[in-house]
Design a binder for this molecule. Structure first.
Ligand code: 13P
Ligand code: ZN
Length: 272
């Protein structure tokens, strides 16, 4: 059966639009940031001969729960600003094999490139999020300026950091009632930061990497994008007001009212 044009696949179009939008938001300077989207194998088969493996790329880690899973992922060293003009160079579709220790390249990275250096953090986070939310499909990493700035001047305690963000916009607690987790500075692109990030993904869909950026996870690209967007907006407001005398504040009573109105439950122990 002849295959459909992958450049017209809804998942590919959505990925290109999302990374372009991330670039336009200023979250992804140069090659900063990376995104991975888990794909349905049957969906991929509409576009690709899935038996035709172009290359096998060792991953350097093991993640047995993802064996056989397909991912559309951004390439290492690739600029988000260029993805829309050359998706086949800057993106790739891989299938994990041998307990996740190898990735079979099925499409993309046509210049001989490979998936992001943050592949361990992405795959380990997917595995972890799927355990708590079987609908999770996306892991997104980027460098939004205000969240990053905040890690220089705010206590990195997760409860304190979360509460400050919640206090900055009324709807924050509705969008991320699970709050944000925070990792101290760690060397990026390693299995160690991958494991630490995945551990943080047990309890929240957002994980800040101090002095580096943020990870977001969600059931689709819109949800992950919206999470980062909302947290970054809150951080922007914080950075605008942090040095000014505070006259008005959101209260815990306000938060409790929001919980009731929107049917959400703030993270255990985070409200007074
Ligand atoms: P990659 O170019 O390998 O995706 O790395 C960018 C980045 O943001 C590292 O944390
Ligand atoms: Zn980064």
């Amino acid at each position: 059966m002849s295959k459909m044009d992958i450049l017209k696949a809804p998942f590919l179009i959505e990925m290109v639009r999302t990374v372009t939008n991330m670039y336009n938001h200023g979250w992804d300077e140069r090659n900063g940031g990376n995104v991975s989207l888990m794909l349905d194998g049957h969906e991929v088969e509409k576009y690709l001969e899935v038996e035709k493996v172009l290359r096998v790329i060792p991953t350097g880690f093991s993640e047995p729960s993802l064996d056989g899973k397909y991912f559309l992922v951004t390439g290492t060293g690739k600029y988000f600003k260029n993805v829309q003009y050359a998706p086949d160079v800057n993106l790739g579709i891989v299938r994990l094999k041998e307990d996740g220790s190898n990735a079979e390249l099925l499409w993309g990275f046509t210049d001989g490139g490979q998936f992001t250096s943050e592949f361990p953090a992405h795959m380990m986070s997917h595995a972890q999020r799927l355990k708590v939310d079987p609908e999770n499909r996306v892991v997104m990493h980027c460098h939004p300026a205000n969240l990053l700035a905040m890690t220089f001047v705010h206590d990195l305690d997760e409860r304190a950091f979360t509460r400050t963000l919640w206090q900055m916009c009324t709807e924050c607690i509705v969008v991320f009632p699970d709050g944000v987790n925070v990792l101290p500075w760690m060397l990026c692109g390693t299995n160690e930061i991958g494991k630490a990030t995945a551990e943080k993904m047990k309890t929240a869909r957002l994980c800040i990497w101090a002095m580096h950026g943020v990870y977001g996870a969600g059931k689709d690209l819109d949800e992950a994008f919206g999470l980062v967007e909302t947290a970054e907006k809150a951080a922007e407001i914080y950075m605008k007001i942090a040095h000014l005398p505070r006259i008005n504040n959101m209260t815990d009573d306000n938060f409790h009212q929001l919980e009731k109105r929107f049917g959400v439950k703030a993270r255990e122990g985070y409200l007074n």
